[in-house]
Design a protein around this ligand. Sequence first.
Ligand code: FE
Length: 144
Amino acid sequence: MQTKKYEYKKFDNIYAIRLIKDSEIIHSLKEFCEENKITAGIIQGIGALNSLTLGYFNSATKEYKEKTIQGSIEMTSLMGNISIKDSQTYLHCHVTASNDDYNTIGGHLISATISLTGEIFITALDGKISRYLDNETGLNLFKF
Ligand code: FE
């Protein structure tokens, strides 16, 4: 049985979303965007995590170096955007997070699991933003 990952309320073009315990952020928000037909938008959020995988993009190798941390993690800031690549929902999110020493780490968000709650706002834009793989940078860039 598919477990429920979020609850939400809509205010004009802004959605207030509560991600439920044990949900993975990227997977859940992708599903949310698909269900609500959001093809361009802004993501902002805070929450509590028990696992976080960050990426650091190495511009020389054009690959993400990954780092995973576990434990009681405060997601102090999540920001990102929503677009479409190859007809699929594409989320680009960055995150900062802290633990019990109050120091923060940050980077490109690969994945994160909610431990208690995630409070996310999505502003849906009227229209679509596309992306393409740019060979020079190795990144999926906006295409207008
Ligand atoms: Fe990034």
